[in-house]
Design a protein. Structure first.
Length: 401
């Protein structure tokens, strides 16, 4: 009984070989791809490898050459198994034998036992020529792949440019009509266009809430588009980080569900710094908004503001579901959401953290995520996520890349 790796793209042949090998008492690992075959060979350390010559990605000759360069597989027989491949080329690149398709099912198990027992086919004296021809084919293959990669890269760059332009256009197209809507709504609510009935007031309040939500999405789209194209203008003035954080908390609390429990530990002293308080406040709102959005009813949000080393920090911990380790960096990519499906439970476009990170980095800080939290916030250790948002204490303005 031996571990046999079989690399073959035709499912019918794969099944047949597997059946014959299992019947002879062997353990079979198979794959339809040459690249995956090389990976599997390293992992399962087979005692024999059967490789079809006409597999996609790396062909059988290339796989054999590659397997021969892996020291742990020294001495492991590699046998080509093919209808069209060339025996002498297979032997020249390092195969130990050659089985012609269609397979002779009655003799197959014995042939395999022979290779496992040490049988090796000898190459004839065309080996050097075959090897050279094979090297030339590999270089041709490589040339074609490099060409394809360059083309694919150019297409990706073009798509990235279109995406940037789309983001820019769509954010302007959405933001522009908002201006008169917001303006007239305010006039109506303030009673400047005539007295209102109670019912009208209620309707307008509802319209206003929806408009605010729409406004916040278009603002984020505009911000991220401006940051991506390097057109974002930052103001540069003195402000108190601690005070700004209190404003951001108050803003988020005002519209958060009242089923959450809040603990807020403000900074004991003012935290003066310099930068663009409007944008930093929006970054804070995004982080706080996430904590409230992802924490289920009855859950907790703990906020603490403090100075630490050269930075001022806003720490926001929540009792929500947390973020899987594999996604902890990806959530900072524009539009990435851990749950991007249409059936997801929470709203949003996936731009909040991208914006928050870029703005804070422009002011010498950044945004970090721990899930589950690795430190106490407000003297407590919650189970969900801790997001730390920091900016430098001292003046620091670096234009975003
Ligand atoms: N506190 C958190 N708990 C759990 N998951 C989070 C938390 N904060 C962020 N995430 C995950 O990171 C993703 C990206 O967050 P981000 O704020 O960038 O976008 P969003 O909240 O989905 O949309 P937007 O902020 O644009 O309204 C979220 O969709 C969510 O999957
Ligand atoms: Mg968000």
């Amino acid at each position: 009984m031996a571990r046999v790796l079989h690399i073959e793209d035709d499912p019918h042949s794969r099944r047949l070989v597997s059946k014959l090998l299992v019947r002879a008492g062997h353990e079979v690992f198979d794959t339809e791809s040459g690249l995956e075959g090389v990976r599997l060979a390293r992992r399962v350390r087979p005692e024999l490898v059967l490789v079809d010559i006409n597999v996609p990605d790396l062909d059988g000759y290339e796989v054999t050459l590659r397997l021969r360069s892996i020291r742990e597989l020294d001495g492991v027989p590699v046998v080509a198994i093919t209808a069209e491949g060339d025996r002498q080329t297979s032997l020249a690149v390092g195969a130990d034998g050659f089985i012609t398709k269609p397979i002779d099912a009655r003799r197959f198990a014995d042939t395999i036992a022979g290779f496992l027992g040490g049988h090796r086919e000898a190459a004839d004296d065309t080996g050097e020529l075959k090897l050279r021809e094979q090297s030339q084919r590999i270089v041709g293959h490589l040339e074609q792949k490099v060409g394809e990669l360059l083309e694919a890269n150019a297409r990706l760059e073009e798509m990235a440019r279109l995406r940037r332009e789309f983001l820019q256009n769509v954010s302007h197209e959405l933001a522009t009509p908002m201006t008169p809507v917001v303006g007239y709504l305010k006039l109506l609510i303030d009673g400047e266009l005539g007295p209102l009935t109670g019912l009208q007031r209620k309707c307008l309040a509802s319209i206003e809430r929806s408009t605010r939500r729409l406004r916040s999405v278009t603002d984020t789209l505009l911000d991220v588009s401006a940051l991506e194209s390097g057109r974002m203008q930052f103001s540069d003035r003195d402000y108190d980080f601690a005070d700004l954080a209190s404003q951001a908390v108050a803003e988020v609390q005002a519209s958060a569900r009242d089923t959450l429990t809040w603990t807020i530990v403000p900074s004991p002293t003012p935290l003066p710094t310099t930068g663009d308080p409007e944008k930093v406040r929006r970054a804070m709102v995004h982080v706080l908004d996430n904590a409230t959005k992802f924490t289920p009813d009855g859950g907790e949000v703990v906020v603490e503001v403090r100075a630490e080393g050269p930075l001022h920090w806003l720490l926001v911990a929540d009792g929500g579901p947390g973020i899987p380790g594999s996604l902890r960096e990806r959530i900072f990519e524009p539009f990435f959401q851990a749950d991007g499906s249409v059936t997801r439970q929470h709203g949003g476009v996936g731009l909040g953290l991208a914006f928050a990170r870029q703005v804070t980095e422009a002011f010498g800080g950044g945004v970090e995520v721990q899930s589950p939290p690795e430190e106490d916030v407000g003297g407590r250790r919650l189970s969900g996520t801790l997001v730390r948002l920091g900016v430098a204490r001292a003046r620091h303005l670096r234009p975003p890349a």
